[in-house]
Design a protein around this ligand. Structure first.
Ligand SMILES: [Fe+2]
Ligand SMILES: [Fe+2]
Length: 166
């Protein structure tokens, strides 16, 4: 490992996962919360889960759009894939804004959280499946370790900001 990377890693509490691992971990986390949302009928619990899902997805789509997708484009992964992903992010962001503006018991609020979960499921499949963005990124020879460090740092900063806003 080069010295610079060593210092960077040592400065962190734990080393950043590689870019794809980081994004997949986010996917699994949101899927778990979506499942938990479906399983509970407790209003405050639903509200808490919805907030967690929305915050995590907002940050996740940001680091994909700011760092990961541009790196994929630069490495030669077909633009079509990322174009479609960004449009899907846009649809999710609209729903997230409506969910964040509402609360349990509001008309269609529950349905919106469920639909968001379904949209994410579809989107995640497209990123993770064979021939999807992640497998093409791997084949394009991106430096996933370096990218992961950058993305983790950005994610940490965005999380800190989101917590301060609450
Ligand atoms: Fe993703
Ligand atoms: Fe995405």
């Amino acid at each position: 490992m080069p010295a610079a990377a060593e210092i960077h890693t040592a400065a962190r509490a734990k080393p950043a996962p590689n870019a794809i691992r980081l994004l997949k971990n986010d996917h699994r986390e949101v899927e778990d919360w979506s499942d938990a949302f479906e399983e509970t009928s407790n209003g405050p619990r639903k509200q808490k889960l919805a907030r967690q899902i929305c915050t995590a997805l907002t940050i996740h789509t940001k680091i994909e759009e700011e760092i990961f997708y541009p790196a994929c484009r630069e490495a030669g992964v077909e633009d079509d894939l990322m174009d479609e992903a960004v449009v899907e992010h846009g649809a999710a962001k609209k729903l997230i804004a409506e969910i964040e503006a509402g609360k349990p018991g509001d008309e269609h609020w529950d349905a919106k959280v469920k639909v968001l979960g379904e949209m994410i499921q579809h989107h995640v499949k497209e990123e993770e499946q064979m021939g999807g963005i992640f497998s093409k990124a791997r084949r394009a020879g991106l430096d996933l370790e370096e990218l992961g460090q950058k993305m983790q740092a950005r994610k940490d900063a965005l999380m800190k900001r989101a917590k301060a806003r609450r």
